[in-house]
Design a protein around this ligand. Sequence first.
Ligand code: GSH
Length: 232
Amino acid sequence: MITVTAMKWAPPFAAGQVRDHRVRWILNEVGWPYEVRLVDAPTMKSPGYRGGLQPFGQLPVLEEEGRAPLFESGAIVLDVAMRAGRCIGAEGTPERAAAIQWVVAGLNSVEPFLFNVAEVEYFMDDAAVKAARRPVVVAQAKERLALLEQARGGRPWFVGDAFSVADLMLGSILKIAQSLNLLDELPALAAWQQTVLARPAHVQAERDQKDEIARHTAADMRYDAVPKTSAP
Ligand SMILES: N[C@@H](CCC(=O)N[C@@H](CS)C(=O)NCC(=O)O)C(=O)O
């Protein structure tokens, strides 16, 4: 049986966006059953978790009998899709190469720009620094999103004529953009994202994550039990 690691609780802005939803989503797409292991902050930051599951004390992690645990949401999505032979084109084809390319592009060339905006919105306390930085990072993120839409070229899917991990990863990454109103001037990209997110495999993944978060509170994460010096 496959086990996916998820957080007991996350703040409202993150509910439905914690990266284990990507793993649940691809598992739902390919029809592989899985269990969820809910963890708190001290567990994630423990030497055992860092040493055995995720070196940076984060999630998601996919555990499966007879295989080494796998971390990094992108690696897990690609691994599941390749092993299942679904949502990633056939081995050795240009479609598979393009799907991998777009997953990496999403994680490496789009997500960091969106995270810069999220950092200003959610994690920055100094009002003056925030006011100075926001227009800069918003402009950079909007430019990156416009270039992404230009590359999509109005096609229904990023690769070929079917849904693939490229759409999954980019649709997931753009959740941050959508919740920060960065897609307002890109209605076609926003509409594409809504089509992708309407897939039953995603709807189920998001609902399951939100339900688990709703059953817990911030106290269940036991952040106070994590030493302040611990890396985030
Ligand atoms: N590049 C990693 C990022 C992992 C990551 O940032 N995970 C967040 C949840 S979305 C996390 O574990 N946050 C808790 C923490 O850092 O303490 C991936 O895609 O898996």
